[in-house]
Design a protein around this ligand. Structure first.
Ligand SMILES: Nc1ncnc2c1ncn2[C@@H]1O[C@H](COP(=O)(O)OP(=O)(O)OP(=O)(O)O)[C@@H](O)[C@H]1O
Ligand SMILES: Cc1ncc(COP(=O)(O)O)c(N)n1
Length: 302
């Protein structure tokens, strides 16, 4: 088995080919559906391999169907046998066997950029990773360049209690980075307060001498479904364009905040709705729309 770091160096690409390996959300707010919109909004070509079919909406998860592991590998190979992959984003994995298949594929294909969003529990409180698969995800972290845990996920990954404040979260992130070699994006979406802090933490000091904090305003909205999925996909895309994690986080957060500010206008569902991934594209489309046809003008018969 080759080492996780034994991979080709990434090459910057204007429109990178980005693969999301994740679960589904039929309402389009989280999982693969959100990832594809996020990749497109950030300038990438999105591709998707499904780890789990999730019956969910803006209120919560109803049930999960996991395709056979052999079929997951078939999907992964179908993409990588044909397409040069510039970056991979990994989201919901669900079961230990799924983690094992993805890990085996990563070891064979060795994509140049890997972002791991260690999805464990949905915001609505439904488990999206079996408890007996947490260890497998922990062991997957060294295969990622960047891992993007929220605070509960960070605590599980380092085997510690939930961080009560941002300073403790940064310390846990530093430990995770030191233990795994991955850069850690600690996310403060679950904290209270006027700001929503995030930080790139790199125990080896390659990124911004070890710590880069990006503290944005907390947008007053309940429509935050899929923010973690969307941010990790944006980061994979931006990193494949810029090869610079600090710049990637700055660009991704700028876009995410704007998408949160436009979220309420979407009116999708009656629970915790999605962010507005494509708001910038839609405002351009609206400006370019032709004037409505004049209904009163006589229409030629032939
Ligand atoms: N209301 C908000 N206003 C601004 N930024 C937010 C808000 N909620 C979350 N964020 C940002 O969204 C990103 C995801 O953060 P969060 O900690 O919620 O991750 P998550 O729990 O993995 O996301 P998800 O809700 O998709 O599971 C972070 O950059 C966080 O700062
Ligand atoms: C397929 C999939 N992946 C991730 C999430 C987490 O998103 P959230 O915490 O906003 O529910 C989700 N609900 N579904």
């Amino acid at each position: 088995m080759s080492s996780p770091t034994d991979r080709p160096a990434p090459v910057a690409r204007a429109v990178p080919r980005v693969l999301s390996i994740a679960g589904t959300d039929p309402t389009g707010g989280a999982g693969i559906q959100a990832d594809l919109k996020s990749i497109a909004a950030n300038g990438g070509y999105g591709m998707a391999v499904v780890t789990a079919l999730v019956a969910q909406n803006t209120h919560g998860v109803r049930s999960v169907h996991t395709p056979p592991p052999e079929f997951l590998r078939e999907q992964l190979d179908a993409v990588s046998d044909d397409v040069v992959i510039d970056a991979v984003k990994i989201g919901m994995l669900g079961e230990a066997v799924t983690v094992a298949v993805v890990r085996g594929w990563l070891d064979t294909v060795r994509p140049p950029i890997v972002v791991l969003d260690p999805v464990m529990v949905s915001t609505s409180g439904h488990r999206l990773l079996a408890a007996d698969a947490e260890d497998a995800v922990r062991r997957l972290v060294p295969f990622a360049d960047l891992v993007t845990p929220n605070l509960p996920e960070l605590a599980v990954l380092v085997g510690a209690p939930l961080a009560p404040d941002w300073a403790t979260a940064l310390e846990q992130a530093r430990r995770l980075s030191a233990d795994t070699g991955a850069i850690v994006l600690a996310k403060g979406g679950h904290l209270e307060g006027a700001l929503s802090p995030d930080a790139l933490v790199d125990a080896s000091g390659r990124v911004a001498a070890g710590l880069f904090e990006s503290t944005g305003e907390r947008v007053a909205t309940v429509n935050t479904h899929g923010t973690g999925c969307s941010l990790s996909s944006a980061l994979a895309t931006r990193q494949a364009q810029t090869l610079d994690w600090v710049r990637s986080l700055t660009l991704s957060k700028h876009w995410l905040l704007d998408s949160l500010r436009h979220a309420d206008a979407l009116e999708v569902g009656t629970g915790r709705g999605p962010i507005s991934h494509l708001h910038a594209l839609w405002s351009v489309a609206a400006q370019n729309s032709p004037a409505p046809p004049d209904q009163k003008a006589p229409r030629p018969l032939w």
